[in-house]
Design a protein. Structure first.
Lengths: 152, 429
């Protein structure tokens, strides 16, 4: 069981995945918690090799900032339009996941908790609505962890 | 008169942060505007008022792909201000960790980002579906680079072990020796990469660039050297601003660099290879010759082969440095701050990364300026786009747009420093 926080701490709400992961780690749930900056190969590396993985990342879908999204990527691709962090070859979280699927390296359970962001400007501060969503996001991750670990 | 506009937008989460626009009227390219990289101005501001010893930890955050470039350029600038020289094994370890960065960065770009263009795939995901073994080997190669960075740097993505004056901790001989085997495998993969990429079909395009790279007698330029160019520049890092300037352009909040009085220039693998060919290791030189790559190479699309040769070079160098390693007595030399201005420049995988700092007697940073390789290459990319489009006006818009993207990718522009994504839109009128 592993929790992977993804984000860029220097891009305001883009850092929310890292903050949630840090808070989950502080709960001392006896699970792996790792943080990645979004570089696709490192992300793939982080989600590979565990039975179940919960990824936390910022999302930009047009929903109200602070909205939590639950996406199951275990068997179906993530909607690309939710994740803007990508490169000149469209490599972001959805692509890292699909790369893992093509190589047969995905965990059986892969759930993404997305936190809708508001500001992506340079800076270290989370926006108010995203900061207010932190507790809920941590609870959502913990709920997933419990669901996965209680399974026989 | 028919007019077509090709718009390739890197729509960042920050509106208006990036994009590419080519406007064609009839058989003339009217305008090329490119804005792909936002310089790390936030970090420059953030560095002011901080301790001079904090630079490696702060600058490492600018880029998840090339943290070492930022770290080493910054600590070397600070050491120059303070009159300290870091030599011997402490300096050799800097070259070693930098080899790790070249390996992971070049492996990512060659296989995951650039190869799909030549193999006719949309992305590396499709390659993985058809040829999982090739992609798995590429990932392994990248991982070897990352692993080398973690062993020397303490962590691969934002290494924590680099400091002004050297290192917090130096690795044992035994730790480094354990890297030999994976590096030998990586070298074999790199040789295979040269042969694979040399077999690609390349657009027929060449241009006389002014090439700019570091040069250091006796070694292929990585972590040190003078700044030299094919146009006769031969300067110390401290003289950079007498020859190079960054300018604001109307369509972009990014800065474009040029050589004063001349114009655009190209830095990165093609420049290093052309000017330091003689310094390549025998194996790197041999495989380059085998595939017909010479220092006269000026086709930017063939930079993928040069990157592969540099993979061989980096593996070879890493193995040599590991074999010659002796554990140093102390992990760092003491650095006492003194007021002054200092410069540092190193060869990031994508080209020279130049820094200037001013600190006071207490070691507080008063001013920071960072010129990353991608902002230096922006003008050359624009001119390539113009050239490539001009000779390809007859091809359909979708193919032309792909060719434009490919032209940009020749330069391996920074990808994780800014949160960009690419949207392609072609308009005709």
């Amino acid at each position: 069981m592993r929790v992977v926080g993804i984000g860029n701490r220097w891009r305001s709400d883009d850092g929310v995945g890292l903050e949630v992961a840090a808070r989950v780690r502080a709960l001392d749930l006896k699970i792996d918690v790792v943080e990645r900056d979004g570089e696709p190969v490192a992300v793939l590396d982080a989600i590979e090799g565990a039975g179940a993985v919960v990824v936390v990342d910022a999302v930009s879908s047009g929903a109200t900032p602070g909205t939590l999204h639950r996406l199951d990527a275990s068997t179906t691709p993530l909607a690309q339009e939710l994740f803007n962090r990508s490169t000149t070859h469209h490599l972001g979280l959805p692509e890292a996941v699909e790369l893992g699927r093509a190589l047969g390296r995905l965990p059986d359970t892969l759930v993404v908790i997305g936190v809708e962001g508001e500001s992506w400007a340079a800076g270290e501060q989370l926006s108010a609505p995203v900061a207010a969503a932190l507790d809920g996001a941590v609870a959502a991750v913990v709920e997933e962890v419990e669901r996965c670990t209680s399974r026989p | 008169m028919s007019e077509r506009t090709i718009v390739t937008e890197y729509l960042a989460r920050v509106e208006g942060e990036g994009g590419m626009r080519v406007r064609i009227e009839g058989d003339r390219v009217e305008d090329v505007q490119l804005q792909i990289y936002e310089p790390p101005r936030f970090f420059e501001a953030f560095l002011r008022g901080r301790r001079f010893t904090e630079v490696p930890d702060i600058t490492a955050r600018i880029c998840g792909i090339c943290p070492i470039a930022y770290q080493l350029s910054s600590v070397m600038a600070m050491e120059r201000i303070c009159g300290v020289e870091v030599g011997g094994q402490l300096e050799a370890l800097r070259r070693l960790i930098y080899c790790g960065e070249w390996i992971e960065s070049h492996a990512l770009h060659v296989f995951m980002l650039h190869a799909p263009d030549f193999l006719g795939y949309e992305s590396a995901i499709e390659i993985a579906r058809d040829n999982p073994e090739l992609v798995a080997r590429a990932l392994e190669l990248k991982k070897t680079g990352n692993h080398l960075m973690s062993v020397v740097g303490g962590r691969d993505v934002h290494p924590i072990n680099v400091r002004v004056g050297g290192w917090y901790r130096t690795p044992s001989k035994r730790e480094l020796r354990a890297l030999r085997e994976p590096l030998e495998r990586a070298r074999e993969e790199s040789l295979a990469a040269v042969r694979l990429t040399a077999g690609f079909d390349f657009p027929d395009y060449e241009r006389e660039y002014e090439l700019v790279a570091l040069s250091q007698p006796g070694e292929y330029p990585i972590e040190r050297g003078r700044i030299v160019s094919t146009g006769g520049i031969d300067i110390d890092a401290s003289e950079y601003e007498e020859h190079f300037v960054e300018e604001h352009v109307a369509w972009s909040n990014a800065l474009h660099s040029h050589i004063i009085g001349r114009g655009s220039y190209l830095c990165g693998p093609l420049a290093r290879f052309a000017m330091s060919y003689d310094e390549l290791t025998p194996l790197a030189k041999e495989v380059a010759a085998e595939v017909g790559l010479t220092p006269a190479e000026r086709n930017p699309f063939r930079s993928i082969i040069v990157r592969s040769v540099e993979l061989v070079e980096a593996c070879d160098e890493a193995l040599r440095l590991i074999d010659e390693y002796e554990e140093p007595d102390a992990p760092a030399v003491e650095v006492v701050p003194r007021a002054g201005v200092g410069h540092g420049v190193t060869e990031a995988p994508r080209g020279i990364c130049w820094h200037r700092y001013e600190i006071d007697d207490e070691g507080t940073i008063l001013e920071a300026k960072i010129v990353p390789p991608t902002s230096q290459n922006q003008k050359a990319i624009e001119e390539d786009l113009r050239g490539v489009v001009e000779r390809s006006l007859h091809i359909p818009d979708d193919e032309l747009a792909l060719l434009c993207e490919q032209t940009i990718r020749n330069y391996d522009p920074c990808i994780s420093c800014a949160t960009h994504f690419l949207k392609l839109d072609i308009q005709r009128s």
